[in-house]
Design a protein around this ligand. Structure first.
Ligand SMILES: Nc1ncnc2c1ncn2[C@@H]1O[C@H](COP(=O)(O)OP(=O)(O)OP(=O)(O)O)[C@@H](O)[C@H]1O
Length: 227
């Protein structure tokens, strides 16, 4: 599903943000990526979204070699990869329904599909009754659930979450993680970047640890080890 083969990424100056990483994630896996600030986690996410290209090495996702993906095919590729961020990134002037529908409108899904699919995915995240609310009328946990619904509405094979609980209290964090687990159980491959020690330790999933752009451990039922 996701394979990195000797991947490095250097920005203009300093040491590489990702330094010769090889890694394989199977379809249906749930993986945490942990590491100190600056260890390369966000760079890894950007490489997987093809927002950045590696300086060397190859990345394949869903059978496609990203290095060779032509520019005109990038947006289609990204449709297969849902993404959520710490800061939710919702459209402030649109309600919950429109925030989720937007992801379908940009790929020109017909209205009849949108009308069926948006309520389905809002039900999945437990927000069916809040479809008319604006983001500012929602709690942080609810806003993140809207972001998750938007990431999932086009049924991606992979979900990337960059610090999804970074702005949430423990209760909301647990709820978001339960949802990610459920989404994973339905077949989506999930990769979560996090600093949340409690969550990583509670969930007993695969944990990949980065330090200065290098994988320093990769354990099947890992725990969060501070650097
Ligand atoms: N656009 C950029 N230009 C130059 N250097 C960058 C850029 N983005 C990241 N870096 C550098 O690359 C390294 C890895 O950064 P990255 O953002 O991937 O780390 P991170 O593990 O996600 O950190 P955090 O937990 O703070 O988000 C850092 O040394 C950072 O300063």
């Amino acid at each position: 599903m996701i394979t990195l083969d000797s991947v490095s990424k250097s920005y203009d100056k300093g040491q590489p943000a990702i330094n010769n990483i090889s890694l394989h994630i199977d379809k249906g896996e749930f993986v945490f990526v942990v590491g100190n600030s600056g260890s390369g986690k966000s760079t890894l996410i950007k490489l997987l979204l093809k927002e950045l290209d590696p300086t060397s090495g190859t990345i394949s996702v869903n059978g496609k070699v990203l290095n060779r993906l032509p520019r005109r095919k990038i947006s289609k590729y990204r449709r297969g990869v849902g993404v959520v961020f710490q800061d939710f990134r919702l459209l402030k002037d649109r309600n919950v329904y429109e925030n989720v529908a937007f992801a379908q409108r940009v790929i020109e899904k017909p209205n009849r599909v949108i009308k069926k699919r948006v309520p389905e995915v809002l039900t999945l995240v437990g927000l069916a009754d809040k479809y008319r609310s604006r983001p500012k009328e929602l709690s942080g946990g609810e806003q993140q659930r809207v972001a998750l619904a938007r990431a999932l509405v086009n049924r991606p094979d992979i979900l990337l979450a960059d610090e999804p609980t970074g702005n949430l209290d423990p209760k909301n964090s647990n709820e978001i993680m339960k949802l990610l687990e459920e989404i994973n159980a339905r077949g989506t491959t999930v990769l979560v970047v996090t600093h949340n020690k409690e969550i990583v330790n509670a969930m007993k999933k695969r944990v990949i640890r980065l330090r200065k752009g290098v994988i320093i451990s990769d354990e099947k039922e890992g725990v969060y080890v501070e650097d």
